[in-house]
Design a protein around this ligand. Sequence first.
Ligand code: HEC
Ligand code: HEC
Ligand code: HEC
Ligand code: HEC
Ligand code: HEC
Ligand code: HEC
Length: 240
Amino acid sequence: MITNKASTGSLSTLTTLFSASFVAALLSANIGMAAEPYDADKYGPQEPIIWTTPTKAIFSHSTHTMDAGLSCDNCHDDIFPMEKGGTAKNGDFTMKSFKEGKYCGTCHDGSTAFDSSTQCGSCHFAPDAPIVFTSPVKAVAFDHSIHVEKGKLACEACHKEVFVMKKGSIEGADQSAPADGDKRKYLEQIHNRYCGTCHDSSQAFGYLTRCTVCHIGVKGYDAMQSDSLKKDSDTGKKKH
Ligand code: HEC
Ligand code: HEC
Ligand code: HEC
Ligand code: HEC
Ligand code: HEC
Ligand code: HEC
């Protein structure tokens, strides 16, 4: 009994110590305006909207309403339906439409808000797992984190011109050898078009110098597969 009372006492001391706004700040995902509970009628849904197809993208209501001062009817229902996934049903929820001034591109045109053909990383996510190409040769590994975190490259450095933001575009590209059968010229072409735009011995190590850094081979591929299996079960544990 006594211990019970003591613990209730210390609990109330704790709540006094941690002011209401501090507790609210802890509970609220919005660090900026934490004093009041989040008002979804005023600011829209608190949870960000995340689309996963054809690629992953994120939209936050609070940064648009609370921070940028927009009201619901700036977007609803002329630009977007008030239903997650509703826009995708039109079949043209794409970067091309944005460039033509639709959807996010209504404002993200470089004057009302930052241009949607810049800062891809504000709305998209780089994959955590390395991308492994298996065709025509097995296996070439590409790791986003080396390039984005260590190399400090912006997404646009690659995704505007060199690579489609979708796995498989290199493998799907025309890689047929030239008619004259010049193997060396052909290899130069294929490397220059992609990784070699930077791996030219000046911006990054040259592709002619260290083949096996990229070409990890069948053995490297197998090691990577069992590695990522391990990682998957690790994250599974962390989540719950
Ligand atoms: C800058 C544009 C913008 C503004 C401003 C905006 N919204 Fe939205 N809202 C969206 C987008 C984008 C979606 C998702 C539509 C989709 O997936 O097709 C959405 C979806 C919604 C949904 C559906 C969520 C769900 O899970 O289905 C609700 C509810 C909503 N908005 C309420 C509001 C309210 C309330 C306001 C004003 C306080 C507001 N929105 C302001 C862009 C906006
Ligand atoms: C009605 C105009 C409007 C529309 C439509 C709109 N935005 Fe924005 N957005 C803004 C404004 C204004 C800002 C703040 C100024 C800036 O960052 O350039 C902003 C900022 C942002 C930011 C930066 C937020 C931050 O501070 O980190 C992201 C990310 C973003 N918008 C994503 C989207 C996405 C995704 C869509 C489409 C689903 C969208 N926006 C549609 C007006 C709009
Ligand atoms: C203002 C936010 C925003 C910015 C900035 C942005 N995107 Fe998007 N992007 C979206 C949204 C929203 C979608 C549609 C929903 C989805 O695919 O998840 C989309 C879809 C896509 C798609 C699939 C559909 C299509 O158009 O083929 C690709 C690929 C893509 N973006 C690449 C990029 C690249 C590359 C950049 C930078 C040059 C970029 N995006 C910048 C919000 C943005
Ligand atoms: C140094 C070049 C480079 C940079 C920088 C880069 N990427 Fe990529 N990205 C690639 C390559 C290569 C692929 C695979 C393309 C292929 O398979 O043809 C890819 C694929 C992707 C995919 C598709 C993954 C899948 O499974 O379909 C997404 C999403 C993506 N990148 C997002 C990003 C984002 C977001 C950034 C910035 C934060 C970024 N990338 C920066 C080179 C880059
Ligand atoms: C936009 C420029 C750019 C493109 C395109 C690019 N890289 Fe890189 N890469 C870099 C930079 C910068 C570094 C870090 C500096 C260095 O190692 O020389 C790097 C580092 C690497 C490393 C690490 C090297 C090490 O010593 O650990 C590998 C592996 C790699 N890239 C593979 C690739 C592959 C595979 C592709 C094509 C799918 C590619 N890169 C495309 C710029 C690029
Ligand atoms: C910066 C990364 C990188 C380096 C370094 C690199 N390659 Fe590649 N290589 C690639 C990519 C990406 C592909 C295309 C995807 C695939 O084939 O899996 C490719 C494809 C190839 C192909 C297949 C072409 C075909 O159609 O048969 C050969 C052969 C090849 N490389 C040989 C080499 C040789 C030899 C070296 C060293 C002198 C080298 N590569 C260095 C990234 C690299």
